[in-house]
Design a protein around this ligand. Sequence first.
Ligand code: A3P
Length: 293
Amino acid sequence: MEQPPRPTTFDFHGVCMTEIVTGNWDNVQDFKARPDDVLIVTYPKAGTTWVSYILDLLYFGTVDPDRQTSIPINKRVPFLEMAKRTLPTGTETLNQLTTTPRLIKSHLPVQFVPKSFWEQRCKIVYVARNAKDCAVSYFHFGRMNKSQPDPGDWNSYLEKYMEGQVIYGSWFEHVINWWDKKQTCSNIHYMSYEDLSQDLGREVDRLCAFLGLSPSAEEKENLKAAVKFDSMKENKMVNYSTVPSMDQKVSPFLRKGKVADWKNHFTVAQNEKFDEVYKQKMKNCTLKICSEI
Ligand code: A3P
């Protein structure tokens, strides 16, 4: 099938965006969240699919096993702000969902979250990933996904990324503003990709405590096996092989799944510059995310 041209970015209320994010804006802002909705929010490439799959298994793994083998993850956990011309919008898909709770994916900066999620006090899981690995993963995602702007070469991409000129804007503003919000909002669970990589069992337990779920030991073991990188990479229902805009031969969606792959991409000079920018931008923030484990 012929693909539309790659999108261009523009400034949207101070954040770099594309039509695919802003094209259904009024419906997104007016979205009627339900009290039992669970919102999963990340800056792109922070492990959204990983955590979405964990949550889907926690809620539906035993009650509806067919769901895991017949419905791709992007349909099980719809993308709230998605507005691709050729597909139903995220809000249309969500409004038609009959299963509860609805698991909802979003990359929105905190200031853009529809107000009904706050009014309904929905549970929100925020996943952060270190800035350097996010940059590398986002770069390769741009190469393989024609719904993304052309990333260009790695060096110029990294410059754009540091300036927040990629879709959803600055990594710094995203993780900092969500971190600040978390300090006053007990319905936000703030977790990291690195913690998940380091101790999956502990992080699943923390998620369960936050969500009020108590899976059996056997269910947890099954879940941990299913969400391993290699298992997910082979699983057509979670590896995005069903999405036509993604060319997995250019770069697989489940690419490396490692902490500190940035070391294979950053030159010494790029790393020094990035560390300077990081120090400056994060100077007033108490959040610590390790970029190697
Ligand atoms: P890499 O490109 O570094 O491999 P998102 O789902 O937010 O788009 O994030 C995608 C990133 O999460 C990719 O990172 C992908 O490989 C990684 N990922 C997905 N599932 C994973 C898993 N089970 N274990 C480790 N990393 C995973």
